[in-house]
Design a protein around this ligand. Structure first.
Ligand SMILES: *[C@@H]1O[C@H](CO)[C@@H](O)[C@H](O)[C@H]1NC(C)=O
Ligand SMILES: *[C@@H]1O[C@H](CO)[C@@H](O)[C@H](O)[C@H]1NC(C)=O
Ligand SMILES: *[C@@H]1O[C@H](CO)[C@@H](O)[C@H](O)[C@H]1NC(C)=O
Ligand SMILES: *[C@@H]1O[C@H](CO)[C@@H](O)[C@H](O)[C@H]1NC(C)=O
Ligand SMILES: *[C@@H]1O[C@H](CO)[C@@H](O)[C@H](O)[C@H]1NC(C)=O
Ligand SMILES: *[C@@H]1O[C@H](CO)[C@@H](O)[C@H](O)[C@H]1NC(C)=O
Ligand SMILES: *[C@@H]1O[C@H](CO)[C@@H](O)[C@H](O)[C@H]1NC(C)=O
Ligand SMILES: *[C@@H]1O[C@H](CO)[C@@H](O)[C@H](O)[C@H]1NC(C)=O
Length: 465
C-alpha cells in the first residue's frame, strides 16, 4: 500500500464514522469479555415485550436460534434492553455467544410450571437433588458449548423463587427437583459477570462438567431463610476463577461439588484448580465456602483468598460421609476476615444425606492437606468443630496465624476435634491436642499461577443503529 492509499482509507473511515454518528443509535455499549462478537441483535427485534407480564419464552428461543447461524462467523450477542422480560426456561444453543443485560434490564422467571421443561437427573447424582427423578430445566441452560458469555451492565435476573420455596416446603414437588437460575454443562470458556441475580428457586449458578470458567462481579441475593439457594456451585469443573462477588443466601455462598455417592464415584469427574478471591458472604445458616457434601468425584486444589463473611454459620466447611468415596485434598485458604460466626472452621465426616440406599459402605473419603492461614474472626461461638471418620482420620491439617475473639456466650469446648491430624502455629484460642503447636510453621499457599489466571479480557463494543 502506498502512503496515499492509506490516507484515503483513513479519510473514508473517518467519513463513515461521522455518518454513523448522525444516525440515531438504539444501543451503544462497551464492556469487557473473554471474546467479542461480530453480530448483535436486540431481544425486541424478535417480538419481545418488556411489560413484566407477557411471556417472552418464544422470543428468547427465536432470537437465540436466529443468532446461532453466526457461531462460525464471528459470533453473536443478544442484548436485553431495559424492561421486565418475563420468560420460562430457555436454552443457549450456540457457541461464541453472548447474552448481555443492559442496566435496568430484568429477566423475570415465569411462575408457570408449563414454561419449564423437565430434564434428566445429572449422571453424577443419579437423581434430582430435591427428589428422586428428574429436574426442571434451569432458567438459562446450555450444554456442549464453547465460549459463552452471560454479562451486562449489572442487569438483573430474578428467579421469583418465593412460590417455588413455598411449594418445596409443603412437599409439593413429588418427584421433580426445582430449577436453578443458570446451568452450563459440558462447556468450556465460560464467563458470567457483572449481573445481579436474585431469588433463585434453588441454586443460582451451576457450571457442571465444564472448564475454563470466569465468574466475576456477581451480586447474588436471596432471603437468608430461603431453601437451598446456594450462590455459586462449581461441580465437576476444572480451572475456575470466581472473584469480586457479594452473596447473601439461605444456603452456602459457594459450594464446591463433584457428584453424589455411587453415581459421583462412577462418573469420576473432580472439581480442581479452583480460585475464589474477594468474596463477601452473609449466610447465617450455612457456609461461606462449603466443600461437599457431594464430593464423590473428588475436590482438589482449591485456592481461596481475601474472603469476608459476616453473620455466617461457618467459614470454610468440609462435608463428607462414608459412601461418598473420593477425596478433598490440597485446599488452601488465606486472609479470611470473619465477623459473627457460629464456627470458624467445620469439618463433618458424618454428614449423612445419601442419594439412595445403594451407596457403598466401603467408599471411604480421603481428606488430606487442608491449609488455613492469616485468619481474623470476631464474635465467634465455636472456634472449630473438626470431626473426621473413625479409622479414616482427616490428615495434613495446618492452621497458622489465626486469631479468634469470642462472643459473650461462647461454647465451653472451643476446639472439638475427633479423628484428625495436623499442626497449628500462632493460633488463639489454644487449639486441641490433635493439632499441636509447631513453632514457626507458615501453612502453605501455592504461589504458582493457574491457567485461568492468565485469561485477559477484551474490550467489546455493541452498536445497533
Ligand atoms: C397479563 O397477561 C395475561 C395473559 O398473558 C393477560 O390475561 C392479562 O390481561 C395481562 N395483564 C396485564 C395487566 O397486562
Ligand atoms: C433445552 O435443552 C434440553 C436438552 O439439552 C431439552 O431437554 C430442553 O427441553 C430444552 N429446553 C427448552 C426450553 O427448549
Ligand atoms: C456433550 O458432551 C458430552 C461430554 O463430552 C458427550 O458425552 C455428549 O454426547 C455431548 N452431547 C451432545 C448433544 O453433543
Ligand atoms: C459493570 O456494570 C457497571 C454498571 O452498569 C458498569 O459501569 C461497568 O462498566 C461494568 N463493568 C464491566 C467490566 O463491564
Ligand atoms: C450491581 O447492583 C447491585 C444491586 O443494586 C449493587 O449492590 C452492586 O454494587 C452493583 N454492582 C456493580 C458492579 O455495579
Ligand atoms: C497474620 O494475619 C493477619 C491477617 O490476615 C495479617 O495482617 C498478618 O500480616 C499476618 N501475619 C503474618 C506474620 O503473616
Ligand atoms: C455477636 O454474636 C452474637 C451471636 O453469638 C450476636 O447475637 C451479636 O449480635 C453479635 N454481636 C455483634 C456486635 O455483632
Ligand atoms: C463435638 O462434636 C461432636 C460432633 O463431632 C458433637 O456431636 C458434640 O456434641 C460436640 N461436643 C460439644 C461439647 O460441643
Amino acid at each position: 500500500l502506498g502512503l496515499h492509499t492509506i490516507s484515503s482509507v483513513l479519510i473514508l473511515g473517518m467519513l463513515s464514522l461521522r455518518f454513523a454518528e448522525c444516525k440515531t443509535t438504539k444501543v451503544s455499549l462497551q464492556y469487557q469479555a473473554i471474546n467479542c462478537r461480530k453480530h448483535s441483535a436486540l431481544l425486541t427485534d424478535f417480538g419481545a415485550v418488556g411489560d413484566g407480564n407477557t411471556s417472552n419464552t418464544k422470543a428468547f428461543k427465536v432470537a437465540i436460534h436466529s443468532l446461532s447461524k453466526y457461531a462460525a462467523h464471528g459470533g453473536a450477542q443478544l442484548i436485553v434492553p431495559p424492561g421486565k422480560w418475563l420468560t420460562g426456561s430457555f436454552n443457549l444453543t450456540s457457541s461464541h455467544f453472548t447474552l448481555f443485560l443492559e442496566k435496568d434490564a430484568v429477566i423475570l422467571a415465569s411462575q408457570d410450571e408449563s414454561e419449564w421443561p423437565q430434564v434428566s437427573p445429572l449422571p453424577s447424582y443419579g437423581r434430582g437433588r430435591d427428589a428422586y427423578g428428574g429436574r426442571f430445566s434451569s432458567l438459562i441452560f446450555g450444554t456442549n458449548l464453547t465460549d459463552v458469555v452471560i454479562t451486562g451492565n449489572n442487569g438483573t435476573i430474578d428467579g421469583q423463587g418465593a412460590t417455588w420455596w413455598k411449594k418445596y416446603r409443603s412437599g409439593g414437588f413429588l418427584n421433580v427437583t426445582r430449577p436453578y437460575t443458570i446451568e452450563l454443562m459440558h462447556s468450556n470458556q465460560i464467563q458470567i459477570s457483572n449481573l445481579t441475580l436474585i431469588n433463585s428457586p434453588a441454586w443460582f449458578v451451576h457450571p457442571v462438567y465444564s472448564s475454563d470458567i470466569l465468574i466475576q462481579k456477581l451480586t447474588i441475593l436471596a432471603p437468608i431463610d430461603s431453601p437451598n439457594t446456594d450462590g455459586i456451585n462449581p461441580d465437576s469443573c476444572t480451572n475456575t476463577r470466581i472473584e469480586d462477588c457479594f452473596i447473601v443466601s439461605g444456603d452456602n455462598c459457594i459450594a464446591v461439588k463433584s457428584g453424589w455417592d455411587q453415581y459421583g464415584i462412577r462418573y469420576g469427574m473432580p472439581t480442581k484448580h479452583l480460585i475464589i478471591r474477594r468474596l463477601t458472604c452473609i449466610s447465617p445458616d450455612s457456609a461461606t465456602i462449603a466443600l461437599g457434601s457431594e464430593m464423590s468425584g473428588g475436590i482438589q486444589d482449591v485456592r481461596a483468598e481475601d474472603i469476608t463473611a459476616i453473620n455466617t454459620q461457618s467459614g470454610v466447611r468440609i462435608k463428607t460421609a462414608i459412601g461418598r468415596g473420593a477425596f478433598v485434598k490440597d485446599i488452601y485458604a488465606r486472609r479470611l476476615t470473619f465477623k459473627t460466626m457460629k464456627f470458624v472452621f467445620w469439618m463433618s465426616g458424618a454428614y449423612g444425606q445419601h442419594s439412595d440406599g445403594g451407596f457403598d459402605p466401603n467408599a471411604i473419603p480421603q481428606i488430606q492437606g487442608i491449609n488455613y492461614k492469616d485468619v481474623v474472626a470476631e464474635n465467634v461461638t465455636i472456634s472449630a468443630r473438626l470431626d473426621g471418620i473413625a479409622n479414616d482420620p482427616f490428615t495434613g491439617i495446618c492452621i497458622s496465624n489465626a486469631t479468634f475473639t469470642l462472643t459473650a456466650k461462647p461454647d465451653e469446648l472451643q476446639w472439638n476435634c475427633t479423628n484428625i491430624q495436623g499442626v497449628t502455629s500462632n493460633v488463639t484460642p489454644k487449639p486441641c491436642s490433635l493439632l499441636p503447636e509447631q513453632k514457626g510453621v507458615d501453612c502453605h499457599f501455592p504461589e504458582d499461577k493457574l491457567p485461568i489466571d492468565d485469561v485477559q479480557l477484551k474490550t467489546c463494543y455493541a452498536t445497533i443503529a
